[in-house]
Design a protein around this ligand. Structure first.
Ligand code: MN
Length: 306
């Protein structure tokens, strides 16, 4: 099935503790994301990048929500671009940037789904939970919070993005999953339990295998929904596969396991939007992480071995 895919880059590293992830969109484009998708028969339109402020040029006010107002501003713009793409029946592909991009992407997708009275599932692929709140965060870095924001927890300036002025969750926790987790902060664990999403941590993948885990995850996110969003943090993969990340965690999902998951996502035919987060070219080895990210995007959009 061929799609019109709208590529939107977000040059943001305000949400991360280490610099350089703002160059992610360039690295992913350089690795050939547009041609890889076109080779699969998709129409690809590149929206260019959403520019973001530099941390050097600004001071943050709240150490528990570093650069909140600048991130909220950029994510509002992203959310509007994502919604506009969906209104044109395009599939948004957002290239980060740190994982705070999910605040804008999910705001845009969930806002559109709510407006059109459709139901949305979500797969969050990540070594981390990204479910901290200003109360639980050890660092104050907003890239550790976007999943909490998606479920209505955290700074109102972020929770309301996408037309959710009244707060509340943007996603249904019973139709959302986290895959690949192996580093959850002590207090964050409680937030994840309260939200109530299904978590497939690395031990589940070790014991049950990626095929069975992905199959079950797809049943959850497709059950009664009109499609699902994929939030793909490259640090979900093992750092030997994807070394160019700010917060590497050993013992991650392997190269082939990740491909298998992406191939199964494509087979489901229900992927409606995707984002790729945390590619950091400064920490990478000859753009390997961006190149592998492009391979995974291609698999998620239908590339097969045969
Ligand atoms: Mn993440």
């Amino acid at each position: 099935m061929s799609h019109s895919i709208r590529v939107i880059g977000v040059q943001i590293d305000l949400g991360a503790g280490r610099r350089g992830v703002d160059m992610g969109p360039s690295a992913i484009r350089k690795a050939g994301v547009l041609s890889a998708l076109r080779a699969l028969g998709h129409t690809v339109i590149d929206d260019g990048n959403i520019p973001c402020a530099l941390p050097e040029a600004h001071k943050f006010k709240d150490p528990k929500l570093r650069y909140l107002s600048l991130i909220a501003e950029a994510m509002t713009t992203l959310s509007e671009r994502v919604t506009a793409a969906l209104e044109r029946e395009e599939v948004p592909l957002v290239l980060g940037g740190d994982h705070s991009i999910a605040i804008g992407t999910i705001g845009g997708v969930a806002g559109h789904y709510r407006k059109t009275e459709k139901k949305l599932g979500m797969i969050w692929f990540d070594a981390h939970g990204d479910a901290n709140t200003p109360e639980t965060t050890p660092s104050g870095n907003i890239h550790g919070m976007p999943q909490a924001v998606a479920f209505g927890r955290g700074a109102p300036e972020l929770v309301r993005i996408g037309g959710f002025e009244g707060g509340g969750p943007k996603l249904d926790p019973s139709r959302s999953v986290l895959i690949g987790a192996r580093s959850i902060d002590a207090l964050e664990k409680g937030v994840i339990e309260e939200i109530g999403i299904k978590v497939y941590a690395m031990d589940a993948i070790d014991r049950r295998g990626i095929y069975e885990v992905t199959q079950e995850a797809l049943e959850i996110v497709c059950n009664g929904t009109d499609g699902f969003h994929l939030s793909f943090d490259v640090d979900g993969m093992d750092p030997t596969v994807a070394p160019g990340v700010g917060t590497p965690e050993r013992g991650g999902v392997s190269y082939r396991e990740t491909h298998t998951m992406m191939e199964m996502i494509a087979e489901s035919g229900r992927l409606v939007s995707m984002e790729v987060a945390e590619v950091n070219p400064i920490l990478d080895v000859r753009n390997q992480t961006a190149e592998i990210a492009v391979e995974m995007v291609a698999s998620a959009f239908g590339k097969r071995i045969l």
